[in-house]
Design a binder for this molecule. Structure first.
Ligand SMILES: NC(=O)c1ccc[n+]([C@@H]2O[C@H](COP(=O)([O-])OP(=O)(O)OC[C@H]3O[C@@H](n4cnc5c(N)ncnc54)[C@H](OP(=O)(O)O)[C@@H]3O)[C@@H](O)[C@H]2O)c1
Length: 346
């Protein structure tokens, strides 16, 4: 019989920093995991944290993020604030010696992401970007089908992601200081899937429709590879799109249907003359699907790892570098970029 070691049995105690929308879904999914406890939560708002803490059964509630970081019992903190604040909040957690799972987008730019990873390495503390889709069954199966050469030579990746944000619209959606715009919020999934299938592009082209705040309300991206392969990626806050991904090769096509980046999507395989639709079975998901990444973080911590072997630091850096390039090509600028330019000039 397999005997669990003391390490593998350790209960992992989570803290959540920022009690917004995604934090609630994540907290709800933590309940699906054994040997896992939501120990403490922190919000800037007393009423909010009381409600959130009661709903998800946290033992400690705080109205300061610092107090959460200072709780010695917390093993790992899930940072669920808007992406414009990830750098500050992650750095604070790491300085306090806390392992971190940080929501996507990991940071606002490559320089911030690099600094976060450097600090994690120097402190020997675990840090991972919460790119949850990489852990869901349909993504893993998609990768396996490609590795089995079911598509032949891949020729293109076509992905759309669009919806009209409904009131009350969170400030982070359009605020440049918080990393607003479609690219870092939803276009990031398109970019992540394309990078996962095709790797780093040789050339990038990108154009945006600018919102009144200066960020992108639509973003069209083209990846070109020297072998002729292309990816066409589109994100929009101005229309509801069929949010799906198609990956096509010389032998077949994979279609991930609506909300392609979630466990809700069907994984369809078309082969032959492309009219033979086959729905590929993947294990059904309980909850929202955030427990896959949380469970992986638990495993990493139990093994004493400081970096995930699945969503690596290099993966986050490549994603951030690519997002920076798209922003550079299309003219999306955040105040944080200017801070970096000024620092570089001194
Ligand atoms: N993985 C996914 O499927 C997924 C889905 C949606 C969003 N996300 C990511 O998760 C992050 C949060 O998104 P969300 O939709 O949960 O946002 P949200 O509902 O606006 O929640 C963000 C929380 O951050 C805290 N916060 C701290 N300073 C803030 C400030 N200056 N302005 C606004 N909020 C501030 C607030 O919590 P307190 O008031 O409690 O401190 C707020 O409730 C984003 O980076 C987003 O990209 C991921």
């Amino acid at each position: 019989m397999h005997t669990k070691t003391a390490l593998s049995m350790k209960k992992i105690k989570w803290g959540i920093l920022g009690c917004g929308k995604i934090a609630g879904k994540f907290a709800s999914d933590l309940r699906l995991l054994e040997d896992t406890e939501l120990l403490a939560v922190a919000s800037r708002d007393q009423q909010n944290v009381e409600k959130f803490g009661a709903e998800y059964g946290a033992r400690f509630i705080y109205t300061s993020y610092e107090a959460l970081i200072n709780n010695d019992e917390v093993d790992v903190i899930y940072v669920a604030t808007p992406h414009g604040l990830h750098y500050d909040h992650v750095m604070q957690c790491l300085r306090g010696g806390k392992a971190v799972l940080c929501e996507k987008a990991f940071a606002l730019n490559l320089q911030q992401a690099g600094a976060m990873i450097s600090l994690a390495k120097s402190k020997r503390v675990f840090l991972m970007e919460a790119l949850w889709s990489k852990f869901i069954p349909s993504f893993r199966k998609m990768k396996a089908l490609i590795e089995e050469n079911r598509l032949g030579d891949i020729q293109n990746v076509l992905i759309n992601f669009g919806f009209i944000p409904q009131p009350p619209i969170a400030q982070r959606i359009f605020d440049p200081a918080l990393g607003g715009g479609t690219l870092l919020d939803i276009g990031i999934y398109n970019v992540f899937y394309a990078l996962s299938v095709l790797g780093k592009p040789d050339h990038i082209e990108a154009h945006i429709t600018r919102a009144s705040t200066g960020v992108d309300e639509q973003c069209a991206v083209l990846f070109r590879y020297n072998n002729g392969v292309m990816a066409q990626l589109f994100s929009s806050y101005t229309s509801h799109l069929p949010t799906e991904a198609n990956i096509s090769g010389t032998k077949g096509r994979i279609r991930l249907t609506h909300r392609f980046y979630t466990p809700e999507a069907l994984l369809e395989l078309y082969t032959g003359r492309m009219d033979s639709r086959q729905v590929i079975e993947v294990p059904a998901t309980q909850g929202w699907g955030y427990h896959y990444e949380a469970s992986h973080v638990n495993d990493c911590l139990r093994k004493g790892l400081t970096e995930s072997p699945v969503m690596t630091h290099a993966d986050s850096l490549l994603l951030m570098e690519t997002l920076d390039n798209i922003r550079h090509k299309s003219g999306i600028v955040y105040p944080a970029d200017q801070v970096i330019e000024q620092a570089d000039n001194h």
